[in-house]
Design a protein around this ligand. Structure first.
Ligand SMILES: Nc1ncnc2c1ncn2[C@@H]1O[C@H](COP(=O)(O)OP(=O)(O)OP(=O)(O)O)[C@@H](O)[C@H]1O
Length: 259
């Protein structure tokens, strides 16, 4: 079930360095939200706090609140592993387990969490996830071949299948198409459009046309100077951000005057 994400006064640190400051945002369920902004403004850092991946980096920490519907994901006693299965993540470079079969890749989340599925349950998860990732037709006859044998675009869809296999509420994507050719990129964008019917989708992208194509809402981040933290400058419907932004910094960025 798709969930709403809300952050309240969120700061992200690497050691003493504050990389992202004071983010207040509400992300609606069953929508696609794009994070855009110049390099180093903290898009990836902020994204990774939303499923507690940020804290995996030694010395990294976050302050403030992140609510998933009403649950504070940083509250004492909340298991970060459970958070990461509720808030799945797809990375820039497709990262299937290369020697594991397509089948094993899709089911990897269950195995890693020690959940045993019956044969028929596994088959259902496999078909549902690969169909949901628009990959079933291309791989159904070679489910036992290695995931590393697929094309880059297919590998990324396999990673999306692996993410949706464990039925998350939110899918975070960090530049999911930046390593792919234009045709595979369009396949991923079509898929993102379908995923929002069931999930809350958040995507970091450097490609502004991509943000305009896939996102319902867009958040523009910026940093005032090197060494300063990144901040959320403007957050609105994508059409407003691209056609009628309220903030001059947004206007300058989307019109290509910097970044
Ligand atoms: N592991 C890390 N250790 C220390 N500082 C880091 C680390 N990762 C990122 N940073 C710093 O945090 C700030 C935000 O980086 P981040 O990668 O989140 O920005 P970004 O907007 O996603 O950039 P890009 O668009 O280039 O991917 C930068 O100043 C960066 O140098």
């Amino acid at each position: 079930m798709a969930k709403r994400i809300q952050t309240i006064d969120l700061d992200c640190y690497y050691g003493d360095f504050k990389a992202v400051s004071d983010i207040n945002i509400e992300i609606e369920p069953r929508s696609v939200t794009a994070f855009i902004g110049p390099s180093g403004c903290g898009k990836t850092t902020f994204l990774r706090t939303l499923n507690r991946m940020h804290e995996v980096t030694p010395g990294a920490s976050a302050r403030g609140k992140i609510l998933l519907d009403d649950e504070d994901i940083n509250a004492p006693g909340v298991d970060p592993v459970r958070v990461r299965s509720t808030v799945g993540m797809v990375f820039q470079r497709p990262n299937p387990f290369p020697t594991m079969s397509i089948r094993e890749n899709v089911l990897a989340g269950y195995q890693l969490n020690g959940i045993r599925l019956s044969k028929s349950e596994s088959e259902n998860v496999l078909e549902r996830s690969l169909t949901g990732a628009n990959l079933w037709g291309e791989v159904k006859d070679r489910l036992d071949r290695p995931g590393g044998g697929l094309s880059g675009g297919q590998q990324q869809r396999l990673c999306i299948a692996r993410t949706i296999a464990i039925e998350p509420d939110v899918i975070l994507m960090d530049e999911p198409a930046s390593a792919l050719d234009p045709i595979s990129t369009l396949a991923i964008e079509d898929l993102i459009n379908e995923l929002k019917e069931q999930y809350t989708v958040v995507i970091v992208t450097h490609n502004m046309q991509q943000a305009a194509r896939v996102a319902d809402r867009t958040a523009f981040f910026n940093l005032q100077a090197i060494g300063e933290p990144g901040k959320l400058i403007e957050y609105d419907d994508t059409t407003t951000i691209f056609n009628n932004p309220a903030n001059q910094q947004t206007e300058d960025y989307i019109s290509g005057r910097f970044g």
